[in-house]
Design a protein around this ligand. Structure first.
Ligand SMILES: C[S@@+](CC[C@H](N)C(=O)[O-])C[C@H]1O[C@@H](n2cnc3c(N)ncnc32)[C@H](O)[C@@H]1O
Length: 360
């Protein structure tokens, strides 16, 4: 399907990319699976283990390398926990790892086992209601993993002597960062950066387009750090409120941005939410399954502002951006609005439909 300069292809990216010519794409910007079965999604499973996952991602990235022009850059998302898998696959495919842009945020919530509760449960001193996973700190979500109290992590005093000893011990930290691995396809054989840029238009990073601040000439040199607006991370950047910030700020995705292009479905959901089990204005009864799946229900939608910043950083003017794992199409939307062409691939039909509608 071709929508202005955007081409969206439904299918497995490994197969789909085989039809794309060598050396034809200007940049790779993608948020691939991380191999952790995020929210139980099968598209994020580990394919049987580290070795299999890295081999699979290496195959995909080998195809991405082939279709990119010599010297073209990529920004590939990864979770700290498995970013070494992703980086290994990128290197094994032939990319040079140039840097890692770290994105900091304050809204994550920890999923930590409370060791003291687990000991009491194992000893039979505590009824096994739910699991011993609790969350703590900013962004508390007491409903996660069946814990009964948001403060359970701190409040459980320990019933058995052993549990008392291990009070305050857990198994996980609060997530506050994600990675964007900056890679480059090797320059054309025996070419300098200058020669490669002149021949292919690729090989450099667009520093001026990524400067932070009002005017591109005077803005701050872009850093390998991105912060989320309105969160504790602003403390790291004391000047943010006074004059020009040193870092790029990106707000979390808003409800209106997430659903833009899919308003009809969301309005229908709102109506059925307001009057459950009653006919809506069209006289039809709301479909329960349908209600759960209205609007953009992709679980990992990226903000357009962030994607647009990353695209401008590494894509030559008017270039073609590739996202082989486009999900609901956030990269494509940002590329289109910033005046770039886009090639996106997604294998799940429902996510593909959402991407089509958002880009239309
Ligand atoms: C982390 S999500 C990307 C979300 C996207 N950034 C957004 O804003 O909506 C990764 C996507 O890759 C898709 N995917 C996983 N394996 C794939 C494959 N082999 N070929 C194409 N798409 C795949 C998944 O269905 C999922 O939608």
């Amino acid at each position: 399907v071709s929508i202005t300069n955007s081409v969206l292809l439904q299918g497995d990216c490994l197969e789909t990319l085989r039809d794309i010519p060598n050396d034809s794409i200007d940049s790779l910007i993608t948020d691939p699976p991380a191999g952790i079965s995020f929210m139980g999604k099968s598209w994020d499973d580990d394919k049987g283990g580290r070795k299999q996952w890295v081999a699979w991602m290496t195959d995909v990235m080998t195809e991405c390398l082939r279709v990119l022009k010599p010297g073209a850059h990529g920004l590939v998302w990864a979770l700290p926990r498995t970013s070494h898998w992703t980086a290994t696959a990128l290197e094994d495919a032939g990319f040079e790892v140039r840097d890692v842009v770290t994105h900091l945020f304050g809204s994550g919530f920890p999923k930590s086992l409370n060791v003291s509760i687990a000991i009491d449960k194992a000893a039979g001193a505590l009824k096994a209601r739910g699991k011993a996973f609790v969350t703590a700190g900013a962004g508390d979500r007491s409903d996660i993993q069946g814990t009964s109290s948001a403060d359970a992590f701190n409040q459980h005093a320990g019933i058995t002597d052993a549990a008392k000893v291990w009070q305050g011990w857990g198994t996980a930290l609060k997530p506050a960062s994600e990675h964007w691995i900056l890679v480059r396809k090797p320059l054309e054989h025996k070419h300098t950066v200058a020669a490669n840029v002149l021949k292919h238009g690729t090989g450099g990073i667009n520093i001026d387009a990524s400067r932070v601040g009002e005017s591109s000439a005077q803005g701050r040199f872009p850093a390998n750090l991105v912060l989320t607006e309105g969160e504790a991370t602003e403390m790291l950047d004391a000047q943010a409120s006074q004059e020009v910030s040193r870092f790029f700020y990106c707000a979390k995705i808003s409800r209106s941005e997430r659903h833009a292009g899919l308003e009809k479905a969301v309005d229908a959901k709102r109506m059925s939410d307001a009057r459950p089990n009653s006919p809506d204005m069209t006289g039809k009864f709301p479909d329960h399954d349908g209600r759960e799946k209205t609007g953009n229900h992709h679980p990992t939608v990226k903000p357009k502002k962030l994607m647009s910043y990353l695209i401008r950083m590494i894509t030559p003017p008017g270039g073609v951006v590739l996202d082989p794992f486009m999900g609901s199409g956030s990269t494509g939307l940002a590329a289109k609005e910033a005046g770039f062409s886009f090639l996106g691939v997604e294998k799940e039909p429902d996510y593909f439909k959402i991407a089509e509608q958002r880009l239309a």
